[in-house]
Write a protein that binds this ligand. Structure first.
Ligand SMILES: [Zn+2]
Length: 396
């Protein structure tokens, strides 16, 4: 009997595993374990857990016939193995198994149960009919090393004022850079939470990470900025993104929050009525939020200004629209350096169009001024020199 009990297995996907890792590493504090039915109902009703805001019940209810059979057979104190991608990743010591209302669940997460919407449908399909609560033990965690790295840096800097900034940086443009600089002016450290989506149609995560790394190394005091992947699982969806971001950022050790937009839009998220309302009702999460005004390049002021501080009308303003800049890059067009640094354009284009030139070396020496000494030229170097030529003014 014992051996059969030990063999109870639940199969979970990567999204669930990452989300459980956040739970077990304390990033969702005060939620530290899978909620019981009573707790789940309470949180869904009130949006409060242990006197702090938490937008919806934290439960594990994986879909699938096999999972449902296992869950129906689970009794109190059973050990249930968790399997992700054919590998045992941890276990739960069961407390209870209970039926859930799948439609209500997606409504709590997204604010709607309209299954015609993509994210809603996907989350609905991932849900099973039964949830399990109990103590969670994971064998490994993809997040542990990030938490360690952040704690070490905070200690090393003796940082008191720590700003968290969420960003897609898809791509990273000059207003992103401006916002980081502003945050550093008055604070000890900036932690950049770079959205890592399980699926993404923009620039690959590694490329976006490398771009941030290049900028930090070249243009910032690098010990004061740290990049952390923010795994965008379903708990960060819909209306609750801001609350979940706040909770995770706070638990990483930040005490201030500059909000970027990490989901639908690709740009900076400026304070609007919706986000203000959310912060007004947040309870028990002690996090100062920094309001960002909209930044543009003004061709009269001839610099990046906030629309709050520049008297010239919008017909003088160049906007920083990430989606539009990304579109240029995807079409292989070099965006104006006023929008994006040449180092990054070179990096992005190289990653989007691998080996696009038949003979990079020849192209370089035919076009770019050089001293005749042949060196190894890669595509990045070619783009950078080309961009410099675009900026040559005398013939225009
Ligand atoms: Zn102006």
């Amino acid at each position: 009997m014992d051996s059969i009990e030990k063999n109870k297995k639940l199969f979970i996907d990567e999204e669930a595993f990452i989300t459980l890792s956040m739970l077990s590493e304390g990033l969702l504090y005060p939620v530290t374990s899978l909620m019981s039915q009573k707790e789940a109902e309470e949180v869904n009703k009130t949006g409060i857990y242990k006197n702090k805001s938490f937008p919806f019940a934290f439960i594990l209810a994986p879909n699938g016939k096999r999972n449902e059979e296992v869950l129906k057979s689970v009794k109190k104190n059973d050990i249930v193995e968790l399997v992700c991608q054919n590998k045992t990743v941890g276990k739960i010591i069961a407390k209870e198994v209970f039926l859930i209302d799948k439609k209500e669940r997606v409504k709590n997460i997204y604010g709607t149960d309209n299954l015609a919407l993509n994210g809603v449908k996907k989350t609905f399909q991932r849900l099973g009919n039964y949830a399990i609560s109990g103590d969670l033990f994971l064998d490994e965690s993809p997040i542990k090393k990030d938490i360690k790295r952040v704690k070490k840096a905070i200690k090393h800097n003796k940082a008191q004022k720590i700003v968290g900034i969420t960003t897609n940086s898809n791509p990273f443009h000059r207003v992103h850079e401006r916002i980081i600089r502003l945050a550093l002016e008055e604070n000890d450290m900036v932690i950049l939470f770079l959205a890592k989506n399980l699926k993404s149609d923009g620039l690959a995560f590694d490329v976006r990470y490398k771009a941030l790394d290049v900028i930090i190394h070249k243009f910032f005091p690098k010990n004061k900025i740290i990049i952390v992947p923010l795994h965008n699982t379903y708990i960060f969806s819909g209306l609750n993104e801001v609350i979940m971001d706040s909770i995770v950022i706070k638990n990483f050790g930040c005490n201030k929050f500059v909000m970027g937009q990490t989901h639908d839009g690709l740009g900076i998220h400026y304070a609007n009525q919706h986000t203000k309302t959310i912060f007004d009702v947040l309870k028990g999460i002690n996090l100062e939020t920094i309001t960002i005004h909209e930044y543009v390049y003004c061709n009269i002021c001839r610099t990046i200004v906030s629309t709050n501080s520049c008297p010239h009308g919008s017909h003088h303003h160049i906007k920083y629209h990430s989606e539009a800049i990304l579109e240029l890059l995807k079409q292989g067009i070099i965006p104006p350096p006023i929008l994006i640094r040449k180092e990054l354009t070179a990096l992005y284009l190289t990653s989007l169009f691998k080996n696009r030139f038949e003979n990079t070396q020849k192209l370089y020496y035919d076009l770019i001024p050089n001293n005749g000494i042949i060196e190894n030229i890669d595509e990045e170097k070619l783009y950078i020199e080309l961009i410099k030529m675009y900026q040559t003014m005398s013939m225009t």
